[in-house]
Design a binder for this molecule. Structure first.
Ligand code: SF4
Ligand code: SF4
Length: 134
């Protein structure tokens, strides 16, 4: 009989790793209410606004502060109506590692924990988010 055990701990170089915190920018009048950004955000950050834009569509609104600046909403939006920028970064904790390893809280175990990939280069190599975009 085999037993599988998932071991986890903070990496020895944990100070080099951070969790990005994103700031979301919605351009309401571009939105066509397809709902992709709302449906596929891994952190459930977006909901549908009760307000209409000038075309008569409901656009997304931010409903929690869990954005990890993964860039998926920006990549998936067919109308270029939403994007995110890096607001800040938080230190990696044991709870974060546990969530990443176990796929909790929207973490898939492969993204967004070290500021180096899967976000269209937004964080850059040094994780400072400077891609020239405001
Ligand atoms: S950047 Fe990622 S976590 Fe943030 S709102 Fe967009 S899809 Fe969600
Ligand atoms: S993906 Fe773009 S067009 Fe679709 S609901 Fe989100 S902001 Fe609107």
């Amino acid at each position: 009989m085999s037993m599988s055990t998932t071991l986890w701990r903070l990496p020895l170089d944990k100070e080099k790793h951070h969790i990005p915190i994103g700031e979301i920018h919605v351009i309401p009048n571009r939105c066509k209410e397809c709902g992709f950004c709302i449906e596929f955000c891994p952190k459930g950050v977006l909901g549908t606004s009760e307000n209409f834009n000038e075309k008569g569509y409901h656009y997304p609104e931010v409903i929690n502060d869990e954005c990890i600046n993964c860039g998926l909403c920006e990549s998936i939006c067919p109308e270029f109506a939403i994007y995110t920028t890096l607001k800040s970064q938080k230190e990696l904790t044991e709870e974060d590692i546990h969530n990443i390893v176990n796929g909790h809280n929207g973490y898939t175990g492969h993204n967004c924990c070290n500021g180096h990939s899967h976000n269209n280069g937004k964080n850059g190599k040094n994780g400072n988010g400077n891609n020239g975009k405001k």
